[in-house]
Design a protein around this ligand. Structure first.
Ligand code: NAD
Length: 318
């Protein structure tokens, strides 16, 4: 079946990720139905979608007419039955808790059309476990989006043990059709690809900070301006091929022993969290955000990410 057969998409859980995922589908002309167990969250999603559309319009990615058409294609529902009853695909983006996901998928099993694809945006729970409450686990798949979903290109399409080939290929084609860059993850492993690699890097950065090797500002700068600058162009393996695998293997053989192999968050991270310093949202984290306006910071971040997206699309235009 073609990706055009996905005319109606339901999103269950309209928080940080749900509203942005809904925005992407609606921007591609699909009818989007949003449901959240919290009425306030649903109302907030409406505001967040307006802001996301304004950001995309400011970046020249949408016209005023596009904006109003997209807004009209999105509806907000107070019951899950109403939101999913005619959906071709449901994306679940509720709280990361297996019990809550099971409760939602039990209801999707009951209320969504029998041929609808049921996708979960879980960051790391097992797709196979989540699918276990559905009569046909072949139609359950992971679609792991990255925040903010209406800007970051990647979506990991994750196979559970019983996900059917058709479910994977239809989901992949749909994501490509809506302008995303899907990647198939063939095994249902915690963290999939992106979060595993990012966590390996993050852990070493926290370890270097704890050891006093450099300031947080300078570690961030080394990431952004050095190897991070190359990453969007070369990834890991292309970069290694340019380095020369002989040299690369030699560096790996002595450096691996030096890399922190800890299995718990660093003390510096633990103590920040214990002191209630969660980052931008509390005004203090690794950096001092005292007095900063969260929405304004998020907007600045999105503008910078959109500038990167322009460059990324231009560099890889076919
Ligand atoms: P969030 O807390 O912002 O939103 C979750 C929403 O789910 C809330 O609005 C909540 O009211 C709603 N909810 C809870 N139980 C529900 C239920 N039974 N039925 C309907 N709605 C319910 O969380 P988030 O950051 O959007 O994360 C959602 C999912 O996406 C999680 O699985 C998370 O791991 C994953 N994810 C998050 C990010 C991220 O950067 N935040 C990135 C990738 C994946």
């Amino acid at each position: 079946m073609e990706s055009s057969s996905f005319t109606t998409i339901a999103i269950v859980g309209a928080g940080t990720m749900g509203y942005g995922i809904g925005t992407v589908y609606a921007a591609d002309g699909r009818t989007v139905r949003l449901y959240d167990a919290s009425t306030e969250a649903l109302e907030q999603a409406r505001t967040n979608i307006d802001t996301a559309l304004a950001t995309l319009a400011d970046a020249g990615r949408l016209s005023a007419d596009d904006r109003s058409a997209i807004t009209e294609r999105i509806s907000y529902h107070e019951t899950i039955e109403e939101a999913v009853s005619d959906a071709d695909l449901v994306t679940e983006a509720v709280t990361e808790d297996l019990e809550i996901k099971h409760e939602v998928f039990t209801r999707l099993n009951r209320y969504a059309p029998a041929n609808a694809i049921l996708a979960t945006n879980t960051s790391g729970l097992s797709i196979t476990d989540i699918a276990s409450v559905v009569d046909d686990p072949g139609r359950v798949v992971g679609t792991h989006w990255f925040n903010p979903p209406h800007i970051v290109p990647l979506v990991e399409v994750v196979r559970g043990d019983q996900t059917s080939d058709t479910t994977v290929s239809r989901t992949y084609d749909l994501l490509e059709a809506v302008g995303k860059e899907p990647v198939e993850v063939k095994k249902d492993i915690p963290g999939f690809i992106g979060n595993r690699i990012q966590m390996a890097m993050d852990f070493e950065a926290w370890s270097l900070l704890q050891k006093g090797v450099a300031s947080a500002e300078d570690i961030d700068r080394a990431v952004r301006a050095g190897f991070g600058f190359r990453v969007p162009v070369l990834g890991v393996f292309k970069k290694s091929d340019f380095t020369g695998l002989d040299v690369y293997e030699e560096v790996m053989s002595y450096l691996l022993k030096e890399i922190d192999r800890g299995t718990e968050p660093t003390e510096s991270l633990r103590s920040l969290v214990e002191d209630g310093h969660y980052g931008v949202k509390t005004g203090h984290g690794v950096y001092d955000w005292e007095g900063a306006d969260f929405d304004q910071l998020a907007d600045e971040r999105d503008q910078q990410l959109l500038a990167m997206l322009d460059a990324y699309e231009e560099a890889f235009a076919e």
